[in-house]
Write a protein of this length. Sequence first.
Length: 169
Amino acid sequence: MSNPPYPPPLPGPMNTPPEPAEWLRLRALGVLNNLVGMVALGRRAGLTPEQCARFVVEQYRDHGFHDGWRTLHGTGNAAQFAEIFAAGRRMLYDEVIVSAAEGGFLVRSRAWYHDPQPEVFFFMDVELPELDRFSVEVMRVHAEELAIELDIRRSGEWEVALIRPRKEP
């Protein structure tokens, strides 16, 4: 079965792809819009940002993500966790700097969406601290499942995460 003939594309901006940097910005904004929307939906369902985050991680756990991770990378693999943590942060942060520190890794990240805040925060009636709580809790619970110690704090405009293997009692 063949496709029907389509008319030629229109000239002009509708068919001109953005520059690579603009693509990255648009994709990051799309990810941010979905995360803010998830926090807003959770609130409407009576959930805190932390409860929403735990729900997300439960879905991963219940479908074998953490078992697969441990099979591929081992339990408590802080280096691999730091790598995916940094990759995830790069979707929403302008600067992500990874350093070796204190038996693990220090990941410093500065978010582009803190100032100015995109309009999605207004339209979804979500405050920036709610989104920050959600994103920290998602990674904290993932880390816990993988025997990783994760301590995330704010230092001015920077998020600072210390990632290392969890010491068993």
